[in-house]
Every structure is written in structure tokens, then in C-alpha cells.
Design a protein around this ligand. Structure first.
Ligand SMILES: [Zn+2]
Ligand SMILES: [Zn+2]
Length: 681
């Protein structure tokens, strides 16, 4: 709950809200003593009532200056306040009792008196920065309260947290604070510009309501039935949206809320897994003040030379292969140019790296460069297992900075760090926090085509910051943007072992359903399976439908009694265990779905995609599945088959894409051996 007060500042009245009005009185009192505000024109009018944040925000917006305000007494202010708050009066009576609004006018001299009284008040144990320059004091002289205040402000920087989450930050850092003291500190942060307060779910007219009535009809209805407008101003019912995740419509559940007394309080279901974002709940945003990145000296000639040698040293440091190195260099140059421009717009760079190219290593120079510039970095990836896998590698590569790992239930959720490694969902807790956001596998579920996560990533990136997208199969829209010159990119067409990608071969055979129904697998299929097993390879066998897996496994077990065959899918509780066994070569053939199209790598493996003509497979997932083969240096030429009755467009596109990469690799001089060139057209 918040307090309201009117204040005359710089000759103009405004209405403000506060988590703790005493802090505001002290703050303005101190400004008065310093002479920042002219005393004869300075006045504060306290409104003694508690309002939920949504009421506070709307009331501040509705406040309008009246000509006689300077001379108003408490009675006139009360009348004005009651009129302004009229639409909320039922709620406010419920929260504040029958005499719900009392007003107190504090002229200048009284304000100073109250302020100094409050300063001495034992309830306010924190040393409010009363005009003294605390930065000049020795560390030991800074009170405990100031220490907590500063730590808390720096912990909240770049975050967008619910009140309950801020309390978790406090607990996690073992700050000894009562709830009331926390609110006081937050209010001090608001007044000093470290924090912005808003609510979790808010009305917004940025979104036009979908379908239904036209604007004209709604306007007409609103003039006839005033109830149609409810508590909103203006004739059009603005649509509610979640300020944290952007959800609208059915993702917001209306409740009769005990806490705020509203019959129309929204809770967001879209981001519920991160805590309850509500109409009457606070969203506390820690703003990032001051310069973000250290930009080189103005002398362009000197700085560009220094820059080049710095970039060269970075590329050297991480021991990249030639193709990785060239792509990283392009990305570094792009970032440097973008940051030098110092514009508000966010930069974007696509790093298109084939499967097995060693994307992680390519990020290192980019991360290092952003850190060198004094920036904050986030590496976002769609899946938690990738976060866990990357963590030790990133921590090792950047041993001198703090690397924080964030995923659902992670212990480090409230820790600060220069490098943040997070699942894309976790980005919803950040606001303008990072100068570099590396989005790994942006085409993978759940990031792809998910406006909520895209928005989260956008919000987490600071103005003037940049995105680097990593993908082996960038979405078509992005490829188009590159062709039209709207998106910068670098391609890494070759794997780290510098051998060409295996080109999928066509295997014509009946649909899997028919083979299962017929009780045996097709001869051509069995022939290529035998070939792989005889050369000692393990086999990924991808099926389009989960329901076919069991049948395929059964037929394979009958046909290959000497080998271990398993099947797994998203529906399988033992998936992790089976994947582990496949990795440790305890399973020879693993029948699975696109669930394993990424992430799982075994050294010597071949790939067969059954029903490759199924409409569930697009070119991207075919390329990803094909990318499971030939990953190891010792077995770089794995075999890949597209097995299906039809030779569809996605299959053709996948083959064209793979061949194109091999051609680019050859042209770039990235391939290791002459022999390897035979596979390249
Ligand atoms: Zn509520
Ligand atoms: Zn939400």
C-alpha cells in the first residue's frame, strides 16, 4: 500500500505516491535546507490514506493543477481529493475505514520541523542522506543502514522484481530489515532515482482489443452505459497487460481481490511460474544510472589502432579455429562499431554456425570484449540443461569475473554477476540490464515464435546494447533480413574439426506406419542399419510420431537380437537415463523424436530420419537431426539418411543448405584435407 501527497516543486503542483511518506518529507526537507527549492513557494500536502499501487498510478495520472491550489485549506484539498479518488471510493473505504481521506497541509517551516523530528525518530534508524556528502566519509563511518541501502540498490540495478522477490533478495543477502524498513529504503531509492515503481498488470492502450466490437461501437456503448467504462478514463476500455511478460487477454485472470479490495484485479498466468504479477502488486524496477560502456578516447586514429590489436589479442587468447576466428572477428568489429556510435538503438548480429562448429568458444571473445568495455553480459539459452552444461566452461574461461547461473529453482537467483547465464524465461526478471545479450539457439523451443520470451530478451537488453544470435538453423525471417541488408551476420560453414558436413542421402521406402502394420522393416532400411552397426557406429533413428516409436523398437529388437535397442520421447520418464546410456555406448540404436534433435552428441554415430517427408519436419529440424552425425574428429564423415516415400521440399532445402555450407567452407579454405573435398560439390 502506498501514500499520496501533493507537492509544489519548481512552481508547479504535482501529486506523488510513496511507500513511506516520512522518507519523502525528510528528502524534501533536506532539499529545502540545502536551498535547492525556493522556500517561499514550497509546500507539501499529505493525504492520509493508503492506496494500492494501481490506484496510486491512475490518480497521479489524473491529477490536474487548479489555479487556486496555493491558497487551498485542508477542507478544500479534501474535497478535491475525494473527487479525484471518487471512482475508487468503495475500495478505499474498505481499506481505510469510513473517514477514508484526511488531508494535512504542511507549509515550509512546518515541513522542516517535521523532517528534523523524523530524522531523530527512532523508528527511522537509517541515516537519510540529509544533505551531507556520505561519499566523503570513511567506510567505517557509513552507518549500517547506508551500507544496506547501497548494497540493495546495486543488487536491484537492472532488475524488474515483485515485492516478494525483493524480500527474497533481502533474505538471501542476510540483510536484517523489517518489512517497514525495507519499504523505507525502497522509497529512498525512488527519490534518489535508483528505482521506479509500477504495478505488475496494468492497463495499456498500446494493444487494440482483438476482435469483437469496433472502436465506434465501443465509444457509443460507453456514452450510453457509463458502467461499460468501469474504472477507466476515456471512452475506450484499455486492455490490461502484464508489465513483466507482456501477456494479455486470456492469460490474465480476473479475481475479486482481498488485498486491494478490487473486484477486477488481474493476475498474470503467463509468468506465474516466476511469482504472482498482479494489478495491485508492485513491480520494482532498478534503473541503471550513468554511463554504461567505457568508450575509447576521441582520437580515432590512435583508438582504432589500439582497438585492432586488442581484437587480435582476444581472438588469440581463446585459440579459435580459422572459421570460428573469422566469424568472431566480424562480430567483434560489429559490436565495437555499434557501441562507438553510442546510439539508443539496440544492435543485432547473427552468428550462423553449422552444427558442431563450436559456438561456445566463439562467444568467448565477444563476452571478453564486452567485459573489457565495462559492460554486463547475458548468455541466454532456451534450455536448462544447456545452462548447466555451459556453466563450468564459462566459469573457467572467465575465472576473474562472477558468473551467475539462472534457471527455475537455481540457488544463485539473487546473486549479482558480470556474466549472467540464464534460461530465456529468467530474462523476465531483468530490465535494461545487459550491454551484450547472446541468445543461443534462438530458433529452438521455447524461444522460437514466443513473443513473451522475445519481449523478455528485448527488455533485458540496455539501450545501446546489442544482441548476438547464435544458430545453426536461423529462422527464415532472419535469413531474409540478412539478404535485405537489415541484419549483420557471419557464417561459420565448417565444424571445429574442419571436415565437411555429411550430406543426407535419400532412401526411398514405404511409410513407417505401413512397415509396422506389415510386421517387418523394409529391406533397404535394414541394409543401411547393418552397414552402420558393422562399422561400429551408434544409430540415431528419428521418427516423426511418438506413437510409432514402440513399434519400430519392437521390430528392430526382433531383427537385431545381438544389439541393444531403446526408444524414448518427450513422454518418457526415463529419457535422461536412456540418453546417458546411449552416450556411454550401452545402447546401440536409439529410436527417438525431434526432442533429441539438439544437444545430444555421441562420437561415432549415424542418423536415419524415418518418414522424413512428414509435415512435422521442416528444413531446420532436418538439418539439426542430420547434424548429430560426424561430430567427432575421429569419425567426421558419419552417414545420414532421409528415409521416406516422398522427396519433399523441406528435405531438398535441408540438403541444399548443407551443401551450401560445405561449398562456403571449401571456398573459405577452411577444410582440412584434400580427401574431404570429394564430398563437396
Ligand atoms: Zn488486488
Ligand atoms: Zn506476466
Amino acid at each position: 500500500m502506498l501514500w499520496l501527497y501533493a507537492i509544489k516543486l519548481a512552481d508547479r503542483w504535482e501529486l506523488r505516491f510513496s511507500l513511506d511518506w516520512r522518507i519523502d518529507v525528510c528528502h524534501w526537507g533536506a532539499r529545502q535546507r540545502e536551498g535547492t527549492e525556493r522556500s517561499d513557494r514550497f509546500k507539501v500536502v499529505l493525504w492520509y490514506l493508503r492506496v494500492p499501487i494501481d490506484v496510486a498510478l491512475q490518480t497521479v495520472e489524473r491529477f490536474s493543477v487548479e489555479s487556486a491550489m496555493d491558497r487551498w485549506d485542508e477542507g478544500e484539498w479534501t474535497i478535491y481529493g475525494k473527487t479525484l479518488l471518487h471512482t475508487f471510493s468503495d475500495r478505499l473505504k474498505r481499506l481505510n475505514g469510513h473517514a477514508w481521506l484526511k488531508v494535512r497541509v504542511l507549509p515550509n517551516d512546518e515541513l522542516l520541523e517535521v523532517a528534523s523530528l523524523l530524522q531523530r525518530n527512532r523508528n527511522l534508524e537509517f541515516e537519510i542522506n540529509g544533505g551531507t556528502d556520505t561519499s566523503a566519509l570513511a567506510a567505517s563511518e557509513i552507518s549500517e543502514g547506508q551500507f544496506i541501502y547501497r548494497s540493495l540498490m546495486s543488487l536491484l540495478t537492472g532488475k524488474a522484481l515483485l515485492e516478494s522477490e525483493v524480500r527474497s533478495v533481502v533474505e538471501h543477502n542476510q540483510f536484517v530489515l523489517s518489512d517497514e524498513q525495507l519499504l523505507s529504503l525502497l522509497q529512498q531509492g525512488v527519490l534518489e532515482g535508483h528505482i521506479e515503481l509500477t504495478n505488475g498488470v496494468a492497463w495499456s492502450d498500446a494493444f487494440e482489443p482483438r476482435g469483437g466490437l469496433s472502436r465506434w461501437v465501443r465509444n457509443m456503448l460507453a456514452t450510453i452505459f457509463s458502467s461499460f467504462v468501469k474504472e477507466r478514463q476515456g471512452p475506450i476500455r484499455r486492455e490490461e497487460s502484464c508489465r513483466r511478460c507482456g501477456s494479455i487477454g486470456e492469460q490474465l485472470r480476473v479475481t475479486h481481490c482481498e488485498r486491494c479490495g478490487s473486484e477486477c484485479c488481474y493476475t498474470c498466468l503467463g509468468c506465474l511460474q516466476l511469482g504472482r504479477s498482479q494489478t495491485c502488486g508492485l513491480l520494482i524496477i532498478g534503473t541503471r544510472k550513468g554511463a554504461r560502456l567505457l568508450i575509447q578516447a576521441a582520437d580515432a586514429a590512435v583508438s582504432s589502432h589500439a582497438e585492432e590489436s586488442h581484437i587480435a589479442a582476444l581472438l588469440e587468447r581463446f585459440g579459435l579455429a580459422p572459421a570460428q576466428r573469422d566469424a568472431s572477428q566480424l562480430a567483434l568489429r560489429y559490436l565495437e562499431k555499434h557501441w562507438q556510435l553510442g546510439k539508443e538503438a539496440k544492435g543485432e548480429f547473427l552468428l550462423w554456425a553449422v552444427t558442431g562448429a563450436g559456438k561456445t568458444e566463439m562467444m568467448y571473445p565477444l563476452v571478453a570484449h564486452a567485459l573489457y568495455r565495462g559492460g554486463r553480459v547475458c548468455i541466454a539459452t532456451p534450455r536448462r540443461d544447456v545452462v548447466l552444461e555451459l556453466k563450468p566452461r564459462i566459469a573457467k574461461a572467465f575465472a576473474d569475473v562472477r558468473v551467475v547461473t539462472l534457471y527455475g529453482g537455481s540457488e544463485e537467483r539473487w546473486d549479482p554477476g558480470e556474466v549472467t547465464l540464464a534460461t530465456t524465461h529468467q530474462l523476465m526478471r531483468f530490465r535494461e540490464a545487459f550491454d551484450l545479450v547472446v541468445v543461443d539457439e534462438l530458433d529452438a523451443f521455447p524461444f522460437h515464435n514466443n513473443p513473451m520470451l522475445e519481449r523478455a530478451a528485448r527488455q533485458a537488453c540496455a539501450p545501446g546494447g546489442a544482441f548476438v544470435y547464435l544458430s545453426a538453423t536461423p529462422p527464415k525471417a532472419m535469413q531474409r533480413a540478412v539478404r535485405r541488408g537489415r541484419l549483420a551476420q557471419a557464417i561459420v560453414p565448417v565444424r571445429y574439426h574442419r571436415e565437411p558436413l555429411p550430406v543426407p542421402m535419400r532412401l526411398t521406402m514405404p511409410a513407417v506406419a505401413r512397415q509396422i502394420a506389415g510386421g517387418r522393416l523394409h529391406g533397404r532400411l535394414m541394409k543401411v542399419i547393418h552397414q552402420s552397426l558393422e562399422r561400429g557406429a551408434q544409430l540415431f533413428i528419428f521418427a516423426a510420431r511418438i506413437r510409432h516409436i514402440e513399434g519400430i523398437v519392437r521390430l528392430l529388437r526382433t531383427a537385431l537380437p545381438a544389439y541393444i535397442v531403446e526408444g524414448t520421447s518427450a513422454a518418457d520418464a526415463r529419457r535422461t537415463e536412456k540418453v546417458q546410456k546411449f552416450r556411454s555406448r550401452e545402447i546401440n540404436l536409439l529410436v527417438t523424436t525431434t526432442i533429441l534433435e539438439r544437444g545430444v552428441t555421441v562420437p561415432k554415430s549415424d542418423v536415419i530420419i524415418l518418414d522424413a517427408d512428414d509435415k512435422l519436419f521442416d528444413a531446420s529440424s532436418l538439418v539439426q537431426m542430420a547434424g548429430r552425425a560426424g561430430r567427432a574428429k575421429d569419425d567426421p564423415h558419419g552417414l545420414v539418411y532421409f528415409a521416406a516415400p516422398q522427396w519433399t521440399k523441406p528435405q531438398q532445402e535441408a540438403v541444399v543448405q548443407i551443401k551450401r555450407m560445405n561449398r562456403l567452407a571449401k571456398r573459405g579454405g577452411y577444410l582440412r584435407t584434400e580427401g574431404a573435398l570429394q564430398n563437396v560439390e
